[in-house]
Write a protein that binds this ligand. Structure first.
Ligand code: CDP
Length: 226
């Protein structure tokens, strides 16, 4: 007798633990929608920086989050992107992955009003099912009813190394040390914020990907789906 495949799958974990790559491949394998919620917080942060809004001004950033229209669409280019991120119709996919956004996104995503605005949209999409949703609080806050919850972890040095390689391959000028300090600072803010902090859901399955390739990690999760 085969059990039913999970319909709502939540993948949470710290910065650069490989959630997006895993989530994307798992969704492809299942024929599900892949939804990387981090892109929404990145889009708000990018827009705040572009408009010269002080990211420490909670009221202004929250107003911005409620005003802009964020759209996530299937990748329109084979340039390594996992999806297109649009703000008010403009493609900001790569801008939203800049070091400036990395350094500020955790400040923005800690604001209650920003999380309310983004969380509502995420929940609506997630509750339709047949979805792999990736973030920090998907299994704990957004979709606590998820059928399968994965918490993907890796050591900070390994995560920084992976993110550094990724940035280098895109031609971003940075150093491993800079990337590591941004990763550590984001972890600190994401885990200690008042609203929906990064934490392991009680019913999540913890996977440490330090010693695992992407394919090995995927195989572990595929086994949990069958
Ligand atoms: O890809 P990476 O793990 O580096 O980051 P991301 O998933 O794109 O998320 C960027 C930032 O958005 C995180 O550091 C969090 O501050 C925030 N975030 C969040 O608060 N809740 C989510 N569900 C997803 C992201």
């Amino acid at each position: 007798m085969s059990k039913k495949r999970p319909s709502i799958i939540a993948i949470d974990g710290p910065a650069a633990s490989g959630k997006s790559t895993l989530g994307r491949r798992l969704a492809e394998w299942l024929g599900y929608l892949f939804f990387d919620t981090g892109v929404m917080y990145r889009a708000v942060t990018w827009q705040a920086l572009k408009r010269g809004i002080d990211v420490h001004d909670e009221a202004a950033v929250t107003a911005l989050a409620n005003e802009i229209k964020i759209d996530v669409q299937p990748a329109s280019d084979l340039d390594g992107r996992l999806c297109d991120v649009l703000v008010d119709g403009i493609d900001i996919t790569w801008e939203s992955r800049s070091e400036a956004v990395d350094a500020n996104v955790s400040i923005v995503s800690a604001y209650r009003g920003v999380r309310l605005a983004m969380g509502e949209q995420q929940r609506k999409i997630g509750q339709r099912g047949n979805v792999v949703m990736v973030g920090r609080d998907i299994g704990t806050v957004i979709l606590p009813e998820a059928d399968l919850k994965i918490y993907l972890d890796a050591s900070a040095t390994e995560r920084a190394r992976r993110r550094y390689q990724e940035m280098k391959s895109r031609g971003v000028q940075t150093t491993l040390n800079d990337v590591l300090s941004i990763v550590l600072e984001r972890d600190r803010i994401d885990s200690t914020r008042d609203v929906a902090p990064l934490s392991v859901a009680a019913d999540a399955i913890l996977i440490d990907s330090d010693q695992l390739s992407v394919t090995e990690t995927l195989e572990k999760v595929q086994a949990l789906c069958e």
